[in-house]
Design a binder for this molecule. Structure first.
Ligand code: DLL
Length: 438
């Protein structure tokens, strides 16, 4: 039922002591080894011995995605490259990705926490896990993989895509656990249905779904269609990858593994800490990370913290499902997309007007992104073939930047609504966030 009961069910007061000791050591470490942090702390007149209680966290500066961008690629690493055994990366706000590095110890901690997350979901050594998260620079595939192996389960490292084959192996291998994005789970269900396969004849029992926002109603739909229990897993590459927080079968929020990740909820405008039960931006301080330790990292994810007990016995604080983002990052088929990345491509190519709109929708179970962009009167009146060529060229360029398929639609001048204030660049027709509480 637990992976390491003594850590997961530790009395809260004892865990707070552990958190404080780890926080003190972590702040000292970044002060001594990361010039960027040393400068930031000195500017604020903070020396690491100042941290006497967990409340002192509030004096520490925030770290943002922008800090990672400014120090691209390795500037926030606290260890020499000879100690870094793996790199992962996710989308940044411009063309450059956010890069994270792991030491051997980090990889071990991550595998251990992922094993903890899987056990929290009810997975055990007898399970066969079909891991359909992408393997590569994205943390989903390898993150789940190492945790599943550590737990002693059987992992099928199938990665994303090739849906018919996924369905065949699921049947032939008697797969019991599916891990992938919730939208891909729905797509799998659809393909099964098209091929006359009844989910109740499969052995699937648990789904480990995350990496993108999804609603409770979507969870119900997946549970119904795939005949399993759909549980929410949260994580981000900057902090580690999947396995930062995990929902247990009581579905009471996600247990955040706070012996390694110290969570806060802040008011995104003023930056002050909010209380459990209040909605705000999730901020995480890593307590044990060696490769790239981060102090008060602003996730831009909106959530609520819960500190009341959970019937499962774990004493970690919990976060709600992710309720939104404070920035404009979109997640399309599990891939993080910033509108500014698309803007950058359009401006670089320079053959269109600087007016564009991103229309995101869900066709069947899969997200689709359409980029509308205005062209000049002259070009619009030109031959259809020329317009088509331009459309294809823009599509190729955007696809190679984002790594996902998009549709480009060239539109007449003045089609896209002009705004008085902040331009509205995105129309999101999916229902991915729910304002309801647990
Ligand atoms: O998505 C890590 C991951 C892999 C999590 C597999 C779960 C399963 P990134 O690509 O860095 O990392 O994207 C992180 O994805 O800040 C959230 O906005 C969003 N996200 C991740 N999990 C959830 C979730 C991985 N369960 C960003 N619900 C985060 C809602 C999620 N959003």
């Amino acid at each position: 039922m637990y992976w390491k009961e003594e850590l997961e069910c530790m009395p809260v007061a004892e865990r707070r002591k552990l958190q404080l000791a780890r926080l003190q050591a972590q702040v000292k470490r970044v002060y001594e080894t990361v010039p960027y942090y040393q400068r930031r702390l000195r500017e604020r007149g903070i020396d690491p011995t100042r941290i006497k209680s967990l409340d002192d966290l509030a004096y520490l500066p925030f770290t943002t995605k922008d800090d990672l961008r400014q120090t691209y690629p390795f500037g926030l690493f606290a260890r020499p490259m000879s100690d870094i055994v793996r790199l992962h990366a996710s989308s940044g706000t411009t063309g450059k990705p956010t890069v994270v590095g792991y030491t051997q110890q980090d990889i071990e901690t991550w595998a251990d926490l992922m094993a903890r997350a899987l056990v929290c979901a009810g997975v055990g050594p007898d399970d066969i896990i079909q891991n359909a998260y992408g393997y590569g620079l994205f943390t989903g595939g390898l993150g789940i993989h190492y945790g599943a192996e550590k737990l002693g389960a059987t992992v099928v490292p199938i990665s994303a895509g090739n849906t018919k084959r996924q369905v065949m192996l699921m049947q032939d291998f008697g797969v019991t656990v599916l891990s992938c994005t919730p939208s891909y789970a729905l797509h799998l269900a659809e393909v099964m249905q098209e091929n006359g396969i009844d989910a109740s004849h499969l052995r699937l029992r648990i789904g480990i779904f995350g990496a993108e926002p999804w609603s409770v109603s979507m969870a119900h739909e997946i549970e119904h269609k795939l005949n399993l229990m759909a549980l929410d897993i949260y994580g981000l590459s900057e902090i580690m990858g999947p396995g930062v927080a995990m929902e247990c079968p009581y579905k009471n929020g996600l247990h955040i593994f706070d012996d390694h990740f110290l969570p806060e909820i802040i008011n995104p405008e003023m930056g002050e800490q909010l209380k459990p039960g209040e909605e705000g931006e999730l901020v995480i301080t890593t307590l044990t990370k060696e490769g790239i330790p981060l102090i008060r990292y602003r996730t831009r994810d909106v959530a609520v913290l819960y500190d009341d007990p959970c019937p499962c016995g774990r004493t970690h604080v919990r976060i709600s499902r992710i309720l939104g983002r404070t920035d404009d990052m979109l997640i399309i088929r599990g891939v993080n997309v910033f509108p500014s990345q698309i803007e950058h491509v359009l401006l670089e190519m320079g053959q269109t007007e600087p007016h564009y709109l991103l229309v995101v929708d869900r066709k069947g179970p899969l997200d689709c992104l359409e980029v509308w962009v205005e062209v000049s009167e002259r070009l619009f009146a030109d031959e259809v073939r020329r317009l088509e060529e331009l459309e294809q060229a823009i599509r190729r360029e955007i696809e190679s930047t984002l790594g996902i398929a998009v549709k480009v639609r060239l539109v007449e001048p003045k089609t896209i609504e002009r705004s008085q204030g902040k331009a509205k660049r995105v129309v999101d027709r999916r229902e991915v966030y729910e304002r309801e509480r647990r």
